[in-house]
Design a protein around this ligand. Structure first.
Ligand SMILES: [Mg+2]
Length: 207
């Protein structure tokens, strides 16, 4: 049956963080390098910060309490003010006549500045920023809230994102169908996981 609603992730699903990451995180990476209060490889930390919430990376690489505090202070004030482009193929999604919800994890100010630079704010019924520095809420909580408020059954909704351990996992736990957006084929592709590499391929999963 046709989907009534699609719930999307932002980072690495609508645009590639790698396109802005070095510039965006320059001051953060300098701070981490200069402080040096972490365990592990700096290049690995940088690449993980472009893919996962800061708090997860800080924990995995044993950042000191002081370093975490300084990074959080910097990140909560950070915005991105240069032009950004969605992935090629986004138009296919934009023009599809179902309700769209954006659910993204990150720092509130930064996520909204990126949404503004991408020019996509009007494409969504509601935008939710899950900000672990401000709230305990998870993506799963927000998905449940969307279903309850709009009286969608799980099979009327599709969740699309690039992270099997975040939005894809949360959706599966709620019985919502998922599509993995694997633009650069960075995630291993499994037979039982529907996968696309461009939004040009999304139509069959919405019909
Ligand atoms: Mg993502």
């Amino acid at each position: 049956m046709g989907k009534k609603a699609i719930i999307l992730d932002l980072d690495n699903t609508i645009y590639p963080v790698s396109a802005i990451g070095d510039k965006l995180f320059k001051t953060l990476f300098t701070l981490i390098e200069e402080k040096g209060e972490y365990k592990g490889n700096l290049e690995e930390i940088k690449s993980r910060i472009m893919r996962q919430p800061f708090q997860v990376v800080a924990n995995d690489f044993s950042f000191s309490e002081q370093l975490v505090a300084e990074c959080l202070q910097l990140l909560s004030a950070l915005t991105y003010e240069d032009k950004m482009e969605p992935y090629e193929g986004y138009e296919t999604l934009r023009s599809f006549p179902c309700k769209k919800y954006l659910v993204t994890t990150g720092f509130t100010r930064l996520q909204y500045s990126k949404i503004k630079q991408l020019g996509i704010g009007n494409d969504y019924e509601v935008i939710f920023v899950v900000d672990p520095s401000q709230s305990e809420l998870t993506k799963k909580d927000i998905f449940q809230k969307i279903l309850a408020e709009h009286q969608y059954t799980p099979d009327e909704v599709l969740v699309v994102g690039d992270d099997p351990h975040s939005e894809i996992k949360a959706a599966k736990e709620l019985g919502i169908e998922t599509v993995l957006y694997n633009h650069n084929r960075e995630q291993p592709e499994l037979n039982d996981q529907k996968t696309i590499h461009s939004f040009k391929e999304i139509t069959p999963y919405l019909n």
